[in-house]
Design a protein around this ligand. Structure first.
Ligand SMILES: Nc1ccn([C@@H]2O[C@H](COP(=O)(O)OP(=O)(O)OP(=O)(O)O)[C@@H](O)[C@H]2O)c(=O)n1
Ligand SMILES: [Mg+2]
Length: 421
């Protein structure tokens, strides 16, 4: 079958010139797949297969373009060149022909090659037909067993591409599910991260749970946990509709080294064991960062409190102190846990959170974003008291009294604590 070459594949769109590639050289993987699908990629990530000297080629290109160079796998000869707006991986061809190399890959849609010199698409596994049918078909069961991360990649790519998993492939994945434990935890975490971040991720996480691919990491994950994920999606959509700023925050995480968004944190909280201590162990084993683990356990601990009615200002103050920036994930979790998916469309339950959300979104709010009227040092000097935990307690009382409108100046704060000590 003749497959038209998408213009987006052309070397003019690459971050380096074709003349630096030996002949032959092939582009493979996600970039070819996505170009054929007409899918635009926010970040250019190219994969090349080169019959020999792949690492040398990569090194030469990195040098010529003053780009970053990373030797990814010395044994299999894979190197990465990092450009300002793109990454290109150069891998030595596996086996003695391109066809052999393509036969060692995970899914047929990822085993299509493009020869930039001849402008040919090479598709020995009929990946194009599967692209047209929008399905992930394994190249072979052995390939899945050889690198069991591929079991999870199936769900992740189905979610990202809006594809289905071809039935025989899915049956094979179920059979091989227990092999997922052979994979480095970090690689698993990355796949779970993609699934959590994908707008279509929830039904595919549910499939992966059902097929036994995720349950080795989250032993408590059940079909009910997956219903909670759906409720989180719905809660996030509702909150976002009413408070657009929350929508922006849900997609963000303070530290950019950490990829999990607040929405992802809320979803993780549905998958982990409900006991925060057990959850912590599960997340540690998956190599989540301390910040991510703390975010999940904090949201788990705090969300029931958001469902209390008539919280005093003092209670609200402590809630915000403990939650900090995890408030966004906590409120999503509270809304999703409190209300069944079917009735969540009514605004009744939503309005229960409105006062807290307004406080959180107002940087001048004295309950959610308390700033000190006086410092601990000032208290120690003015009141002539020793440094001790009492100072912290007094500062808290000042902050609460200020939020309650009882005091508003440093002088009033000092007078207020004099009566306390
Ligand atoms: N466990 C893996 C990882 C990758 N590949 C092959 O290597 C290619 C490039 O891998 P990668 O960049 O990780 O995935 P992509 O399919 O390119 O998807 P993405 O859009 O996430 O980059 C894949 O298309 C596939 O052919 C594989 O067979 N098995
Ligand atoms: Mg890729």
């Amino acid at each position: 079958m003749h497959i038209p070459v998408p213009s987006t594949l052309a070397p003019e769109n690459w971050p380096f010139s074709l003349e630096y590639l030996p002949q032959p050289a092939y582009m493979v993987g996600g970039a070819v797949r996505d170009a054929i699908l007409g899918r635009s990629r926010e970040y250019l990530d190219l994969d090349f297969v080169i019959p020999s000297d792949a690492v040398k080629v990569a090194r030469a290109i990195a040098r010529r373009y003053q780009a970053g160079f990373v030797l990814l796998d010395a044994e299999r000869k894979i190197a990465r060149v990092v450009f300002p707006n793109a990454t290109a991986d150069f891998a030595q061809q596996e086996g003695d022909s391109l066809t052999t190399d393509l036969h060692r890959r995970d899914f047929t849609i990822n085993a299509i090659a493009y020869n930039p010199y001849t402008q040919e698409i090479i598709d020995p596994l009929q990946g194009y037909a599967d692209l047209e049918q929008r399905q992930l078909r394994m190249v072979s069961p052995i390939n899945l067993a050889n690198d069991p991360l591929r079991l999870m990649r199936a769900y992740r790519q189905a979610a990202q591409l809006g594809f289905t998993i071809e039935p025989t492939t899915q049956t094979t994945i179920r059979t091989l599910a227990s092999h997922i434990t052979e994979v480095a935890a970090e690689r698993v975490r990355v796949e779970i991260g993609y699934l959590l971040a994908s707008p279509q991720g929830t039904p595919w996480i549910a499939s992966a749970v059902k097929d036994g691919v995720i349950t080795h990491f989250f032993r408590n994950a059940t079909p009910e946990s997956c219903q909670k994920l759906a409720a989180v999606d719905k809660a996030a959509a509702l909150l976002t509709k009413n408070w657009s700023q929350l929508g922006i925050e849900l997609q963000q995480y303070v530290r950019d080294t950490v990829k999990t968004t607040w929405l992802g944190i809320a979803k993780l909280a549905c998958l982990v064991h409900p006991n925060p201590e057990v959850a912590e162990i599960e997340l540690q084993e998956l190599t989540y960062s301390r910040a991510e683990i703390r975010a999940v356990t904090t949201a788990l601990k705090l969300f029931p409190r958001l469902n209390l009615t008539n919280m005093s200002l003092r209670e609200q103050y402590f809630l915000f102190q403990e939650a900090g920036i995890v408030f966004v994930a906590t409120v999503v979790l509270a809304l999703s846990n409190n209300t069944p998916v079917e009735v969540m469309s009514g605004n009744k339950s939503l309005s229960a959170y409105a006062p807290l959300i307004s406080r959180y979104l107002n940087p001048d709010d004295l309950v959610a974003h308390a700033t000190p009227l006086v410092s601990g040092k000032e208290l120690i000097i003015t009141l002539n008291i020793p440094a001790s935990p009492v100072v912290g307690e007094l500062l808290t009382e000042i902050a609460i009294a200020r939020a309650e409108g009882k005091i508003s100046t440093p002088a009033e704060a000092i007078a207020f604590v004099r009566k306390l000590v």
